[in-house]
Ligand binder design. Structure first.
Ligand code: FE2
Length: 187
């Protein structure tokens, strides 16, 4: 399953300078897939990216790539546009954090009797927490742990890395329209 997961993220991983870090990112995904009890890559490809609204077939892997590309787009827009960029932006952390922001959902979501629901592990620790724990287990730096924890409401009002702010915005730019569509607020 490792090679298949790696191939999904290849276009992003290839942009990382730190190859050791990019391998660890894949390790975390493989480990969390195992921890979550997912048996095959095909199973991974069917996991919806959220249980909170109808995803209309958009899966967790696609969502993860789209969010990472979006966060990277914001980061690159700032870097390439501002004459005096006041922010210290670490592109490797945008990519690593983007790919890992929802990795905890592999443990938070379970498939029972053909439908997806929150797992017992997910009740104990939401995906930003379980994802950060998994990243720490594989030796990813505290900055990336912070990005994973703070990409969701756990980060509200907390000190955080700018890479996590980009990921948070890209995440909600992809999540909110799904909710709005369901509510009839998108036309
Ligand atoms: Fe997400």
């Amino acid at each position: 399953m490792r090679e298949e997961i790696k191939s999904v993220f290849a276009g992003l991983l290839d942009q990382m300078q730190d190859k050791e870090l990019s391998e660890k990112v894949v390790d975390v995904w493989v480990d969390c897939a195992k921890e979550g009890g997912w048996k095959s890559f095909e199973e991974l490809c069917e996991i919806p990216f959220t249980l909170l609204t109808d995803t209309e077939g958009v899966n967790l892997l696609e969502h993860t790539v789209a969010v990472t590309k979006g966060a990277l787009g914001i980061a690159n827009a700032i870097i390439s546009t501002y004459k005096h960029n006041p922010f210290d932006i670490h592109l490797d952390w945008v990519i690593a954090g983007g790919i890992l922001h929802d990795v905890g959902k592999l443990m938070e979501i379970e498939k029972t009797d053909g439908s997806y629901r929150k797992s017992y592990a997910g009740k104990c620790a939401r995906h930003p927490i379980s994802g950060a724990i998994a990243a720490a287990k594989h030796g990813l730096p505290p900055e990336i742990q912070n990005i994973i924890i703070c990409h969701a409401k756990e980060g509200d009002g907390r000190p955080q890395k700018i890479e996590g702010v980009f990921i948070h915005q890209a995440d909600f730019a992809t999540f909110n329209p799904a909710v709005m569509k369901k509510q009839g607020l998108l036309f």
